[in-house]
Ligand binder design. Structure first.
Ligand code: NIG
Ligand code: FE
Length: 415
């Protein structure tokens, strides 16, 4: 078969394939990095890859050759936790926030998530779509080729469906693949404050419609003190499962509510946040397929504790990293910055960080057979960085290191 494109002279090719563990490595460091690598692409797939000279039989029939000039190439980055689709912004709460007013207090007085709910209800579908597209263009320029996107700023049947509809349209109207999550249980809206049961029922009543119209693949709940209890969450998750939705959870973010344990019990794809995870929670995740999806941009932005990443990794938990991009707790779509915070604050090592935004992020959204590593037959999603080694990308923080981004074999961003 002929290749359409060969990228050669790759200084470090992070294939992201898992290797057998070497002495002294954590269970997150076992990813393959090839020195002086190449990748061959046919159509939208990886056809071959390797280290050293590109085999001459490959070169002979190739349409295009691209010299990576000794730079780093990684699989396309995956942002596996975002609240992409929303109206407005919340800089009006910023001063309170930096002066120490707690996140849950702002929510309690009708601000926080509820103020974004208001702005999202007021926005038209097209306005939400345009705003999300703009964010996705920035994400793409940062090397992100797949994004999970949650609803949860409607908290009303029609508006939740409007957000999910935007997810669907985004999949057809721009390059990044969107993985849609229904999160009607993101907060209890004011009008249901004294009738939580009714609100939960209303959100669960959307499940057959979502299933029929294929509007979401995942179901998520904000299981948190003052938001949804562990019992309420469990009930909702069980219902969502009946409609074929896969599960993920906002767990142990501010207070410990045994969210990690619930994730294991219900075989979820990921448990996200985990700043307040307990030792029992870590033990539960260790013996499960649940990915611990850490969002250190939220700790950074809220001035809170960071998740105990080192303890989790050293105990064999598989970790992913995401932005949590949203207008409140993490108003940045910059996944490279999150990777840098993970190094500086979570003390994660470069290979661990790379695995967390590629293969493990793919696992957390059930896409590991198609994306997340450079392997024959996988999608040709990859990034050429303006850096000679992966350490440089993490050490030199606050700048975009991307040089070129390819999605499905096509060049979609060039510096
Ligand atoms: O993941 N924790 C709940 N939801 C978001 C924040 C949403 C918001 O503040 O608008 C989060 O941090
Ligand atoms: Fe979130």
């Amino acid at each position: 078969m002929n290749a359409d494109l060969i990228v050669y002279n790759i200084g470090q090719l992070v294939t992201g394939r898992e290797l057998s563990l070497k002495d002294g490595e954590s269970s997150m460091e076992n990813i393959e990095i090839l020195e002086n690598g190449y990748i061959a692409i046919s159509g939208n797939e990886i056809m071959a890859f390797g280290a050293g000279e590109v085999p001459s039989k490959l070169v002979k029939f190739t349409t295009k050759l691209l010299d990576a000039e000794g730079c780093v190439v990684t699989p396309g980055l995956i942002d596996s936790h975002t609240h992409l689709v929303h109206g407005g912004s919340r800089e009006n709460e910023f001063l309170d926030k930096i002066q120490g007013v707690p996140y849950l207090d702002i929510l309690e007085r009708g601000g926080g998530i509820l103020s974004t709910v208001k702005a999202t209800r007021e926005a038209t579908e097209d306005e939400l779509l345009d705003k999300a597209k703009k964010t996705l263009r920035t994400m793409l320029s940062l090397g992100v080729t797949t994004v999970e996107s949650k609803s949860g700023y409607g908290l009303d049947s029609e508006i939740e469906l409007k957000q999910l509809k935007v997810n669907e349209r985004l999949n057809h109207e721009q390059e990044i693949e969107i993985v849609s999550t229904f999160m009607g249980a993101h907060a209890v809206p004011k009008e249901y404050e004294n009738n939580r049961e009714e609100f939960i029922k209303k959100m669960l009543d959307l499940l057959p419609i979502i299933k029929e119209r294929k509007l979401a693949e995942f179901f998520d709940v904000f299981c948190e003190k003052g938001v949804f209890t562990t019992e309420e969450s469990k009930k909702m998750f069980k219902e969502a499962k009946k409609y074929g939705l896969k599960l993920r959870i906002h767990a142990d973010e501010i207070e410990n509510t045994k969210g990690a344990e619930l994730a294991k019990e219900l075989h979820m794809y990921s448990a996200d946040h985990l700043m307040a995870i307990s030792d029992e929670g870590i033990k539960a995740l260790k013996n499960s397929k649940v990915i611990a999806n850490l969002l250190p941009g939220t700790s950074f932005s809220l001035g809170k504790e960071y998740a105990p990443a080192r303890k989790m990794i050293d105990n064999g938990v598989q970790v992913a990293l995401s932005t949590d991009y949203n207008p409140g707790s993490c108003p940045t779509e910059n996944l490279q910055l999150i990777m840098q915070i993970a190094a500086l604050k979570l003390k994660m090592r470069p290979k661990e960080i790379l695995k967390a935004v590629t293969l493990n992020a793919a696992r957390s959204i059930g896409r590991e057979k198609k994306i997340g590593s450079i392997e024959e037959g996988k999608k040709a999603d990859f990034v050429i960085f303006d850096a000679k080694n992966i350490e440089y990308i993490l050490y030199r923080f606050g700048v975009n290191h991307t040089k070129q981004v390819f999605k499905n074999g096509c060049l979609v961003y060039k510096k």
